[in-house]
Design a protein around this ligand. Structure first.
Ligand SMILES: [Fe+2]
Ligand SMILES: [Fe+2]
Length: 180
């Protein structure tokens, strides 16, 4: 089903960037430094690809459809996923602010690294829950007609990002995923 397959493919792109970010964080922990430019690009990827595009598709297309098919929101898996999206947004804002302070000489690198680790861990666990729990649950309740509707909704979310934006962010992901 496209409804979940497209999101699983997005997850693979996101996990690649998290691996690239982890490599930079480990380098800092072994005494290296961190390129603020890399962190800024990772923030841009998180805000554009992860949040506006991918979470947009989940929050505006897939999750409402799952709710209509009986998957609970409050006190259920969708509510947990939405809360984690919000935690991710707050962490990314925190990382952006911490990089600003670091570059202005008012903050330390440890703060950036700490928040970035939290983000890597949050998102990896979040993706695992979607891939292993929520999406299989969705596959079991979605109908063929839902799949077509959700697919059209995804196209609408991507269209709203503007022409070429998805491709630009995918290329950015390739760059950020490289080990160094
Ligand atoms: Fe999600
Ligand atoms: Fe997701």
């Amino acid at each position: 089903m496209r409804s979940t397959e497209e999101l699983v493919r997005d997850h693979e792109v996101i996990l690649g960037v998290l691996d690239g970010l982890e490599a930079r964080l480990r380098a800092v922990q072994s005494g290296g430094t961190l390129d603020p430019g890399y962190v800024r690009e990772a923030v841009a990827f998180s805000q554009g690809f992860v949040d506006r595009c991918h979470h947009g598709k989940e929050e505006r297309c897939l999750f409402p459809c799952l709710e209509r098919r009986g998957v609970p929101r409050e006190g259920g898996p969708i509510g947990v996923m939405l809360a984690e999206h919000e935690m991710g947004r707050q962490l990314v804002r925190g990382i952006a602010d911490a990089v600003d302070r670091y570059e202005a000489g008012r903050g330390d690198l440890g703060e950036v690294v700490d928040l970035a680790w939290k983000y890597v861990e949050l998102l990896r666990a979040h993706i695992a829950k979607e891939n292993e729990v929520l999406f299989p649950m969705g596959e079991a309740v979605l109908q063929a007609s839902d799949d077509a509707d959700v697919g059209r909704c995804y196209d609408g979310v991507e269209h709203q990002q503007g022409a070429g934006e998805h491709q630009r962010l995918t290329q950015l992901a390739e760059r950020l995923s490289r080990p160094s």
